[in-house]
Design a protein around this ligand. Structure first.
Ligand SMILES: Nc1ncnc2c1ncn2[C@@H]1O[C@H](COP(=O)(O)OP(=O)(O)OP(=O)(O)O)[C@@H](O)[C@H]1O
Ligand SMILES: [Mg+2]
Ligand SMILES: [Zn+2]
Length: 208
């Protein structure tokens, strides 16, 4: 699909259909540019913050100077890889990345989300604090549709990435809605990828 700012696809002239000749018969088939376009739309709709738009496992560096850290990060990368490879696995719908600030949790989580998007699943990114704020705002009678939609989207998205889970103590009733919908997603075996700085006992198996 062409826009004014982009050149038209040379294969289909921007129509989205390619005419192929097969044994004397002309047939129209969808052009690959539509696939790329669709992927771009899904990535845009996914709400991935600009800082992470291009993260992948390929541009994730392993700490080579520290063997212990290396093993730990290599294991995390392997976990992400196998999660994506075996996706969807209804009995293991969650991927939880725990660790200290700045260690690359969001990088790995978004890398996983992007790989799933590339495979055709619809994924969305939500910052936990942002989602809390929207849930809170949605209770205001004057709330816009986007606030109400956020909660619904987070609840129903095919794949949800919840970044920095538990990072903020808000009013209790707001914070309570998060476990409620984490539970909802678990009950319906809907995939959830989450990152957190919380220690294992707080964040771990209770949630995912
Ligand atoms: N091992 C790595 N290789 C390449 N880039 C990295 C790596 N670790 C972190 N980064 C980059 O550094 C920045 C910070 O990493 P990231 O946001 O993923 O950390 P985090 O663990 O989520 O931190 P926080 O706990 O503060 O949320 C990002 O731009 C990320 O792409
Ligand atoms: Mg992070
Ligand atoms: Zn085309």
């Amino acid at each position: 699909m062409g826009t004014m700012s982009e050149p038209l696809c040379p294969d289909c002239g921007g129509t989205g259909w390619k005419i192929v000749e097969r044994e004397g018969i002309s047939a129209a088939q969808p052009c690959v540019c539509q696939q790329a376009e669709r992927l771009r739309t899904i990535e845009e709709r996914a709400g991935i913050p600009p800082l992470y738009r291009h993260v992948s496992l390929d541009n994730f560096r392993l700490p080579t100077e520290d063997p212990a850290a290396y093993r730990q990060m290599a294991a995390a990368v392997l976990t992400v890889r196998s999660y994506v490879r075996e996706f969807p696995q209804p009995d293991r719908p969650g991927l939880l990345l725990m660790g200290d600030p700045g260690t690359g949790k969001t990088h790995l989580a978004v890398a996983a989300l992007r790989m799933l998007i590339a495979r055709g699943f619809e994924g969305v990114f939500f910052d936990y604090q942002d989602l809390l704020a929207r849930v809170r705002a949605s209770w205001d009678p004057a709330a816009g549709a986007s606030e109400r939609d956020a909660y619904r989207t987070a609840l129903e998205a095919e794949v949800l990435l919840l970044d920095d889970l538990g990072s903020q103590r808000g009013p209790e009733w707001v914070v309570d809605t998060i476990p409620a919908f984490v539970t909802h997603r678990c009950n319906y075996q809907k995939p959830l990828i989450a990152t957190t700085n919380l220690p294992d006992e707080v964040a771990g198996d209770d949630l995912l």
